[in-house]
Write a protein that binds this ligand. Structure first.
Ligand code: 3HC
Length: 586
């Protein structure tokens, strides 16, 4: 990070004194800077002359004495409060009176660092993001003692460097890390408990949510030692939320020297220390095992018009014969009193290879090999009753799959007499099945219950591969992979807004510019639908009983008010008005 920050300033035309504590550490920093700028030249982003000029602006030195005449110091030493406080005490003695002292701390209290000096009004946080030369965001942290002139000077400097700043007050994890690290830690917990494999977690989040990297690959980039320290601090400072208590595996990996890219091995193995090239290791999955998969030629698709259009297109586009059946979830009228909710329209078109036909009733599914029921929105009793009926009409050996993102698949499976042939096929992504089209390569969570057969899972894997998508096998736990990792993060963003720590725009900006997310949390919530977010969050809370997973009250209130985002014209943003401030108390 230190070398990255040096590069940012030197690129911005600022003279930099790069200081380390030992000659060896200084050489490592110099090598990182040289490698990064050489790469930029190779890629044609920088001319050789500009690289030389950039490097010419950097003076390398061992020891703090070289900092006597600088106007601004940015500290990027390890995340330990005692170390940082000692360092700032020394900087205060060495640096000239007007110099601004900035810390790049990720989670420690800037205030506690500031008061270790005689100039707390000139101490500020400047938090950069990995890789510093690429990520546009700088979080500027003002403490209760930071002077307005210092804040304005640092904001102006960020602009000169081509960075976008978000100015906030001193709170554990600021914006981006406070929202990011709970998610990263939960991903490690999933991996540690063998709930889902390494590549599958990363593929699910990368492809399912459009994130630039999966969480385990990102931890390798950040450095597991740094991540561990940040989580420790967030746990202590941020209200002892168990989601921030570092997962034991993290500590073990740090102790074992598996620090990520910098040491050549973290969750993945790399070509060497400092390399970003992943090389295979004994955990790398071999070719997808599809042994035992049953042949699937004809697929039945049930759901809303939008869902059957999307799913039908994807299956027909992959060459399956598809029978579609409109189905709208109507609430059950209680046990034994369910209203019938299937069967509209007539047979539209007869099946051929890759063709699609519309069935008038469940009987049309008698000869399919796989049923995909897009039952999102249906309550458990309604969906169980549907599956009991499917079990009656479908031939033995046909797989019955539910796309539910919120209901326990085992409860649905046990409504049939073939629980071994029932599983979840959860089409991840903000729009779910309705967002699919022939062009989309879907990411599908294949949800295996404790009763699912290996044949059924192998069949589902083969079908996902035939769709050109990515199948991620996981167990039947609330939220599976994507929802369990994504929605608590979105809920945390709503809590942050509700606490008036920051604004809709700044939080969205921070996640897009600091972590490369395609959309900020409020953009995602408005896209997904606040009612759906609330339903998912409730299901997570119900199953895991973790107090910090309780839906944010503001989310509940917006849903009650009918502000659901997509489709209602208003969610956290509305087209014609300012973004919702969260300060109305309602
Ligand atoms: N140093 C300098 N430049 C780098 C770089 C590095 N380490 N890694 C990548 N780049 C540059 C490349 O040169 C390339 O530039 P170009 O397009 O102009 O040629 C550009 O970034 C894209 O690189 P690649 O094509 O190699 O790879 P990707 O497109 O996959 O992008 C990535 C790589 C920018 C790292 C992207 O995956 C990403 O945005 N990941 C998310 C990173 C993130 O979340 N950061 C925040 C972490 S939290 C944090 O840092 C806070 C702290 O407190 C811990």
């Amino acid at each position: 990070m230190g070398a990255g920050i040096v590069e940012v300033f030197a690129r911005g035309g600022v003279d930099v004194v790069a200081v380390e504590i030992t000659p060896a550490a200084l050489e490592r920093g110099r090598a990182t800077l040289t490698r990064s700028t050489d790469r930029a030249v190779t890629r044609g982003r920088l001319t050789a002359a500009d690289r030389d000029a950039l490097l010419g602006r950097v003076t390398f030195a061992v020891g703090l004495a070289a900092l006597g005449e600088v106007d601004l110091v940015i500290e990027a030493v390890p995340e330990q409060l005692g170390l940082k406080r000692r360092l700032f005490g020394e900087l205060d003695r060495i640096c000239k009176p007007g110099a601004i002292l900035a810390t790049n701390t990720s989670s420690l209290s800037v205030t506690e660092i500031a008061v270790a000096t005689e100039r707390p009004s000139q101490v500020i946080g400047m938090h950069f993001f990995n890789p510093a030369p690429v990520m546009k965001l700088v979080e500027v942290i003002r403490t209760v003692t930071t002077s307005t002139e210092v804040v304005e000077a640092v904001e102006a400097l960020c602009g000169r460097l081509g960075k976008v700043d978000v100015t906030i007050t001193d709170r554990a994890g600021f914006i981006a890390n406070a929202l990011l690290f709970g998610y990263l830690n939960q991903a490690v917990a999933m991996f540690e408990s063998r709930y889902v494999g390494r590549e599958d977690i990363d593929a699910a989040m990368k492809l399912g949510c459009g994130l630039p990297m999966g969480p385990l690959a990102l931890l390798d980039l950040i450095g597991l030692d740094t991540a561990y320290e940040i989580l420790e601090t967030m746990y202590r400072r941020g209200g002892r939320d168990r989601r921030h208590a570092p997962v034991p595996l993290l500590r073990q990996m740090v102790t074992a020297g598996l620090l990520g890219r910098k040491s050549g091995q973290g969750f993945y193995r790399y070509a060497g220390p400092g390399s970003s090239t992943v090389v295979p290791d004994d955990q790398t999955p071999s070719a997808i095992p599809v042994d035992g998969a049953r042949p699937v030629a004809r697929v039945g698709v049930i759901g809303s018009d939008a869902a059957i259009a999307g799913l039908g297109e994807v299956f027909a586009g992959a060459g399956y014969d598809v029978v579609v059946l409109p189905w709208e979830p109507e609430k059950s009228a209680g046990p034994g009193g369910r209203e019938k909710s299937v069967g509209t329209g007539g047979l539209e078109k007869s099946a051929g290879t890759g063709g699609s036909e519309k069935s008038a009733g469940l009987e049309g599914l008698a000869d399919v090999d796989l049923v995909v029921a897009a039952v999102d929105g249906g309550d458990l009793e309604t969906v169980r009753a549907l599956f009991a009926e499917l079990d009656e009409v479908c031939r033995p050996g046909a797989l019955l799959a539910t796309t539910t993102g919120t209901l326990p698949v085992i409860d649905i499976a046990m409504a049939t007499r073939r629980p071994a042939d029932v599983l979840g096929l959860h089409f991840a992504g903000p729009a779910g099945p309705a967002g699919l089209s022939a062009e989309v390569r879907p990411v599908v969570e294949i949800v295996e219950t404790i009763r699912s057969s290996t044949e059924a899972v192998a069949t589902a894997r083969a079908v996902c591969a035939a769709l050109g998508g990515t199948g991620v096998v996981c167990r039947d736990r609330a939220g599976f992979v994507v929802n369990a990792l994504l929605f608590p993060y979105l809920n945390d963003a709503v809590r942050m807004l509700e606490a008036s720590y920051s604004t809709v725009d700044d939080i969205d900006h921070a996640m897009k510019l600091g972590c490369g997310y395609p959309a900020g949390p409020f953009e995602m919530l408005d896209l997904v639908g606040l009612d759906i977010a609330l339903a998912v969050q409730r299901s997570l809370y119900r199953e895991l009983r973790e107090p910090s997973l309780a839906p944010a009250p503001l989310l509940e209130k917006l849903v009650t008010a009918g502000f659901l985002g997509r489709g209602t014209g208003r969610g956290f943003r509305e087209p014609t008005a300012q973004p919702f401030s969260g300060r109305s108390g309602g």
